[in-house]
Design a protein around this ligand. Structure first.
Ligand SMILES: [Mg+2]
Length: 268
């Protein structure tokens, strides 16, 4: 049984860990029951800037799991928090993204504009309605020195028919047009995890990053100085582990195996 005695808090990925597509994965209710009974603090952290914390909450609620919106950190919310450390409140921002990203930026005290001239930052999350005009506005602002922030670097995302351009592909287009690299907030960069660890009021090395992808969840956790656990119910398969330079501290077949490992220890 893996020794998780020094773990005080968890930062947990969503897709591939709690559910896959529309289907809840086995053991998810028991997993949250254990965390809540033992008072193990956690944050659910996702690279998806188009996800709204309220929607994630409602989805969990339908599964019989009660989590507060403060316990859900999307890359959109993390980007808004990050900008609070870089810009003064009220600064104007040009955002390409769906409603949850824009809401997070406004809630963080920024004002969003339609016209990118003079903005302090350009924030790009996935927007499935975005147009060439928006890319042009963003490129012009980046060229004149606006901070260029990307919520997450995922170059594709899956739909029924296959892989389609994700936020990373839009960022790549803007980088090609401007010669400026975006600052990335989501995994595998450490900002999203570091914010989660700060919220959990623990040290990185006492927090466990739980995820299903080596190159995002596990690498990001390592960059943030956390312990890492790979769950094999999502993207990364066991046979890929042998040849990867990214090695997690723990590997679990599924959530029930992680739950049993956590139960093996009374956490203070
Ligand atoms: Mg995942």
């Amino acid at each position: 049984m893996p020794d998780l005695a020094h773990i005080q808090a968890l930062v947990i990925d969503l897709d591939g860990v709690l559910w896959r597509g529309q289907t809840a994965l086995p053991g998810v209710v028991e997993f949250f029951n254990l965390l809540q009974e033992r008072k193990i603090p956690f944050v659910l952290a996702t690279n998806n800037a188009a996800a709204s914390p309220e929607k994630v909450c409602r989805r969990l609620q339908r599964m019989g799991i009660h989590v507060s919106t403060e316990e859900i950190l999307t890359s959109g919310r993390a980007s808004a928090e990050y900008l609070r450390t870089e810009l003064s409140v009220g600064s104007s921002i040009y955002a390409i993204g769906e409603e949850p990203l824009k809401t997070a930026l406004v809630q963080a005290g920024f004002s969003l504009t339609q016209d990118a001239s003079g903005v302090r930052a350009v924030v790009v999350g996935l927007d499935r309605q975005s147009t060439w005009e928006q890319l042009a506005e963003a490129a012009l602002a980046i060229q004149t020195g606006a901070l260029f922030l990307g919520t997450n670097p995922d170059v594709t995302f899956p739909i029924e028919r296959g892989q389609v351009p994700g936020n990373g592909a839009i960022l790549a287009a803007l980088e090609a047009a401007t010669g400026v690299k975006p600052r990335i907030i989501g995994k595998p960069e450490p900002h999203l995890y570091l914010q989660a660890v700060a919220y959990l009021q623990t040290e990185s090395n006492h927090a466990l990053a739980v995820g299903d992808r080596l190159e995002t969840d596990i690498l990001g956790g390592q960059r943030a100085g956390m312990m890492t656990a790979l769950i094999l119910t999502g993207v990364t398969q066991r046979h890929e582990l042998g040849s990867s330079p990214i090695q997690p501290d723990y590997v679990f077949d599924d959530l029930p195996q992680l739950t049993r490992a956590l139960m093996g220890h009374i956490l203070d």
